[in-house]
Ligand binder design. Sequence first.
Ligand SMILES: [Zn+2]
Length: 361
Amino acid sequence: MENYRRREFIKLLGIASFLPILKWEEALAGRVNAVIELPPLPFQESLITGEEKGGRILVVGGIHGNEPGAYKAAEILRNLKVKKGEILVAPRTNFVSILTNKRGYNGDMNRKFASISPKDPDYPAVKRLKSLIKDYKPDLLLTLHDGFGFHSLNPKAWGQCIVIDEERYGEIELGREVRLVSERVNRLIKRRKWKIPVFNTHTFSKNTKHPEQRKSLTYFCLKECSVPAVCLEVSKQLPDLYHKVRFHLLMLREFFKVHGVETEPSLDWVIENVEELLEPKVYYSAELLINGRKVTVSDSKTFKIPKGSRVKFLTFNGTGGTNAITEDLNSNLRKVGIRKRISFKVKDDFKELFSIRFIVG
Ligand SMILES: [Zn+2]
């Protein structure tokens, strides 16, 4: 929140003012020479239902924007079919943080599930996820993260473990299931430091060492919705994205088996093909409307635009992670007024593809 408030202040001082502070027409007539608009960042949840009856699992990715193992694994799931059971996948809960590759561009989103100000830029996403959970009431929610370090070497580290808030909460049994999953996954892991043990934060206990977890998503699920919720953590220090995504999928496969959820192709096949799945062969481009003229951009480009111009980013072609932000101003802004120049980065999640610059005059 600190950062957010500071940026808000800077924004008010600067030329990046936006409605309702200034009407755009007034802005165009006054201090601002061009207006550029991006589409709102989508929330992207997908419900995928199988023909055969089975469990219902909600998979959440991307609460922290600098954890690509988590949101890439969720994105892979989102593109599968389901044979048995049902999955609801929200791969990019915190899209602005993914595009800026920050843990929390607007502060830590996983501390906003107890309360959040409607003025917080994360408010719409947090509210959307909370209502999804309440309405959908899954049999299990799995939230994916890439944590720091290796829990089997250092019990204070959050990387490579399955986190539960308590062994059991009311009627909800968590311990038995996660130990079973941990045991099965660890049979496939040879290196000691890569093993994935269970980490119980005892969040509901009086003497918990992790009272901050009472603001987290899993605590909200248990306490407010009676939905079993578990946090899957791989390590940020694994050698590459492939290993991070693979470990997430190994854990997901075991949870899916326990709940009778089967995908098509199977998670066995997906795990064998992670490398290829992480490099989709797609054509990246952005469609823009510059003063009413449609333009397609697929490489870095600078546009000279006259005073009074209006530019609109219409759509992006590529993957679910393809979108654009500016880093010249507050990256939350999807409509900006500029005086002289601005640059936008078109990205596939954390990866920069090309930039589009505008110079007025
Ligand atoms: Zn995280």
